[in-house]
Design a binder for this molecule. Structure first.
Ligand SMILES: [Fe+2]
Length: 245
């Protein structure tokens, strides 16, 4: 079993199409989307539809939750809040309804893997796992963790190995099924990377070995930025796609 993983698409259709094309060549068995399908970008309906067609599991991200009214928009700065309200107006009733029934987490116990938008600790609290201490906090629930936990939300690529009561940051290539250790990894963002690398991120996970591959891909980000401007959304949302910030 091989999983393909996309996350934080944020209504960026060009990036999502490029990610799905790569996954198609990788011959994955199943695609999981870690949430934030919408928000920031110009193609919310198209992205919902592509995810619905391709992913067997999709999680509820915080932007998705805000769009459907399951989370207060006060949490967001002005431009992001405007984009959330704009997205709500754009979405078809079917896509809104689909977002409304998405879960926060998905555990695949038999495969030793679980999926989250934010973090195993309080998934609905949208906690960030960016630093070692964030991963360290998960030692309190070590027994409940599957061998590998995959996350989105931070838009950063990060991996941590938990063993012997300690968390350690490791390269994503170190993630694997290992006796006496558990891994928490965030796969980065498909449609709005923030690690100073403007390429989108997409991942595969081998369900036999636990090996994680994070692939970065180029796509027509100028086209996405032009559509953001055309839609009257904050120009900075397009500019940040050029720099990965
Ligand atoms: Fe996000």
């Amino acid at each position: 079993m091989r999983f393909g993983i996309v996350s934080d698409v944020h209504s960026n259709m060009e990036a999502l199409e490029a990610a799905l094309k790569w996954l198609d060549n990788e011959k994955v068995d199943e695609i999981v989307c870690l949430g934030d399908v919408v928000g920031y970008g110009p193609n919310p309906n198209e992205c919902c539809e592509l995810v619905r067609e391709n992913a067997s599991v999709t999680l509820l991200g915080n932007h998705d939750a805000a769009v459907i009214g399951a989370m207060s928009t006060e949490y967001y700065y002005d431009a992001a809040r405007v984009a959330i309200q704009w997205t709500r107006r754009q979405l078809s009733p079917e896509n809104l309804e689909w977002l409304f029934q998405l879960p926060y987490t998905h555990r695949r116990e038999s495969a030793g893997v679980s999926f989250f938008h934010s973090a195993p600790i309080c998934p609905s609290g949208y906690f960030y796992v960016v630093f070692k201490d964030d991963a360290q906090a998960h030692l309190r629930m070590y027994e409940k963790l599957t061998k590998v936990s995959l996350l989105g939300h931070s838009h950063l690529v990060r991996a941590f190995r938990l063993s012997d009561g300690k968390a350690k940051e490791v390269q994503p290539t170190a993630v694997q099924f290992e006796e006496g250790a558990k891994f928490i990894a965030s796969i980065g963002s498909t449609g709005q990377p923030r690690d100073r690398d403007p390429r989108g991120a997409v991942a595969t996970l081998d369900g036999d070995t636990g090996e994680l591959v994070i692939h970065r891909f180029d796509y027509d980000r100028q086209k996405t930025a032009a559509k953001i401007a055309e839609a009257g959304l904050e120009a900075r949302f397009g500019e940040r796609l050029m720099t990965g910030s």
